[in-house]
Design a protein around this ligand. Structure first.
Ligand code: SF4
Length: 363
């Protein structure tokens, strides 16, 4: 298999016709486009509604005016450049602004815009902050995809975190095992490094498979390679219109993940991010898909929770009965509120937690 080629100009996509190229290049002026030859080969180009095509190929409806670029107000939780600290024990290092491809439904698409500078190549300020805050016991490398960094930079960050006693867990938020698994399975230097590193601190890969067709033999091989290094693997995915918004797909995804030793961890409701209306599914519709898919699986797949990453913390949808919906503050910025139960009248049109809150009158 040849080296993966990255494509960030829609005009270079031989699979698209000239009309599509014209429309999509307008969309990509707003929200950056990037795919690659490995992922393109998984797409059924004869099907305009192919779910994997929808993951990376723009949709004209992204130009519908909806939501905001930073729907969870992440910027509010950045005490120093390149670091987010919302939950007491967890710090996020925003260490890369590139991914193996760009998911059209990404909630961090603002980071890919030229004018955004939230991501810092130099993580020194973030590391110093973590060093100072002894309550931080786990660090998530994210962005962007940390596995798109060079080995040298990954190892440099991990080496620096290794010296911080109170940090026990390092997480990688990554879709590389779906977007370009060979980049990982053939990276012997990184795999050897992780094998050794895992003897010192626990490493988790928070994988991002959206659809069972992404779990190719190459992806399974890469999962096995990192598991052999002692890395723990879990999966997170949103429920995305046209990608996985049906019970069969989610049931299969949960099963295939658990067969590969990847526990389904979070299933997200799409945030109201600018450009993403076409990918969003109303909360109660998505929850119904989630709960049916989960109920068809073994206990291993039942570890998944359906959550919204709200401004103030993670809200779990725990039940829907008759005309009521039940939420729990699962992981709140103010941890004293964790586990609080919230009950609202059901609202089948709600796309986000705000849609359940009483509207404030403007006088
Ligand atoms: S891999 Fe993650 S950060 Fe990158 S585009 Fe997809 S959702 Fe966004």
């Amino acid at each position: 298999m040849g080296k993966t080629k990255y494509i960030s100009d829609v005009h270079k996509m031989k699979e698209l016709d000239s009309n599509e190229k014209q429309i999509f290049s307008k969309v990509s002026e707003q929200f950056k486009f990037r795919t690659n030859s490995y992922y393109n080969a998984l797409i059924d180009w004869t099907d305009p509604n192919d779910p994997l095509r929808r993951v990376v190929i723009p949709d004209a409806d992204e130009l519908i005016n909806w939501g905001t670029l930073d729907a969870s107000d992440e910027i509010r939780y950045q005490p120093v450049e390149g670091l987010e600290h919302k939950y007491p024990n967890t710090a996020l290092l925003l260490c890369n602004e590139v991914c193996g491809a760009y998911c059209r439904f990404c909630f961090r698409k603002r980071l890919f815009k030229d004018e955004n500078d939230e991501v810092k190549k130099d993580v020194s300020a973030g590391i110093a902050y973590i060093q100072k805050h002894k309550g931080i016991d786990n660090v998530l490398l994210t962005g962007g995809d940390p596995l798109m960094l060079s080995n040298r930079r990954i190892m440099d960050i991990l080496d620096r975190l290794k010296t911080i006693q109170h940090v026990k867990v390092i997480r990688f938020g990554t879709k590389m095992l779906g977007f370009d698994p060979l980049k990982i399975s053939e990276n012997k230097v990184l795999l050897d490094y992780l094998s050794d590193y895992s003897l010192h601190k626990k490493v988790y890969f928070m994988l991002h498979f959206n659809h069972p067709r992404e779990m190719t033999s190459e992806a399974l091989h890469a999962i096995q390679a990192i598991q052999t290094c002692g890395v723990i693997t879990v999966n997170q995915t949103p429920i995305i219109r046209g990608v996985n918004d049906n019970v069969e797909t989610m049931t299969q995804l949960f099963s295939d993940l658990s067969f590969a030793g990847v526990l389904p961890y979070y299933v997200f409701s799409c945030r109201p991010t600018a450009g993403n209306f076409t990918y969003a599914v109303p909360v109660e519709e998505a929850y119904a898909i989630f709960i049916k898919a989960r109920s068809r699986n073994s206990g291993l797949a039942k570890t998944a929770r359906f959550v919204m990453s709200y401004t103030d913390g993670k809200i779990e949808v725990i039940a829907k009965t008759g005309n009521k919906i039940y939420f729990k503050k699962h992981n709140w910025a103010n941890s004293s509120e964790n586990e609080e139960l919230l009950v609202f009248p059901s609202n089948s049109k709600a796309y986000w937690f705000d849609d359940y809150l009483p509207k404030t009158e403007v006088s």
